[in-house]
Design a protein. Sequence first.
Length: 504
Amino acid sequence: MAYTVLARKYRSWTFDELVGQEAVATTLKNAITSGRIAHGYLFCGTRGVGKTSAARIMARSLNCLASPGPTVSPCCECESCTSISEGQDVDVIEIDAASNTGVDNIRELRSNTVFRPARSRFKVYIIDEVHMLSTGAFNALLKTLEEPPGHVKFILATTDPQKVPATILSRVQRFDFRTISVDKIAAHFDAILKKEGIEADAAVTRRVARLANGSMRDGLSLLDQLLAMGSGRLTLEMIEDVLPTPHDEQLMRLIGQWADRDAAGALTSADTALAAGYTLERLTESLAEQVRMLMLLHICGDQTELIDVGGAVRQEMAALAKRFEPEAFVYMIAVLEELRRNVRFSALGRSLLDATMVRLASAVSYRSIQSLLEELGGAGGAPVANAAVPAGRPAAGAPQASVRSASAPVATRAASKPSGGSSEPAPRSTPAASVPAPAARRGAKPASQEDLRYARSEPVVREALDLFGGTLINVERVGQARADQPTGEADEDVSNGTDTEDKG
Ligand SMILES: [Zn+2]
């Protein structure tokens, strides 16, 4: 017996079976029972969330031969109901706009709309990926949508409603399909496995549901792949074999390396992941998802139900999340999204990925400007007094730089390892670029060119300037008192443009 893929075998037949789209189902059912059926609908949503299923259910509800009129409970057995499910009904015409984008296709459709349906009440046109139509085709479609014959209904579906012209949007009823929650997808899988008589480790359906990314169809095809692996129990190991996705642990190690500012480690971890068969895109997406979960843990608390992770993994993740400021998550996700978009179209995908690893590992231990200033400003004293000097490095008489940022940044890096690392041969003096107290600043003499050049050559100053796109506006010599301070880690504190002296 030929194997029927799960997505087809367990396709929803009625509105009540439509998983995860309760709001859409209720509204459409109400339209049918009240007899207020529009002549055009637009179903929007990402792939695999049930748009085509809903369109077919709608067609079945309109045309079920066992009912004297449109019904919310089609029989699912009559000729009309069953042939709609196969996409082969004479009166329910499915068009894939992705491969029929031309104006001629739509003109042909238009000329056919004048004919009455062969055996059902309505002629239903389901146009999938409607945003792919050419401008000419849209115009032709518009004419039909303006004055459709009473026996014609249009159901348009799209993953990209932004690309559907406003003239079309204004003539249809729009429904937005949500991505389906992990819970609902997992529960659906559990039910399917039960019907199929297949046992699975408890975590399997949830893991598959998570990998499905809100798409029932993607989840079901992954489940198909697992079932194809053979008889017996479904295990988590099987998922790894079928769809190599970076483990949580691998992702956590990589993100931890960013926090450690360990670029070499991050590059190695990325290489290991790619060698194991993960694609650039999947690695990037998985990292972004992991960062997102860390962000939710950080902001909503360790016990948040917004993420679906349990036990020991959750504890580890919460600990990692605490190593970052909220702004750092925003930054990391933005950088990863940029990477994801770029690797898709670039032949240099691997280079871009590696560059991103270095970028995130060298800039990610973020602290917000605010928290920095608070810490430095402490008891309201001069922030300079709190700046620490790195251990074993001379500080007396070294020029100290004030850095002005060109734009207000979201985050800065601080309290990290001195940049360059301890292996750097050349000894450095005070790398503390700090915000002098206004009082100190007023009495300060303008810096000599030599001091300015010296300050600009300081790695930490350069880094701070790069990070904020800032300009070096002055350098002040720090008195002997600075050298007597206890030594500590290098701090960078950078003005965010709040001081009033301005040289551009
Ligand atoms: Zn029927």
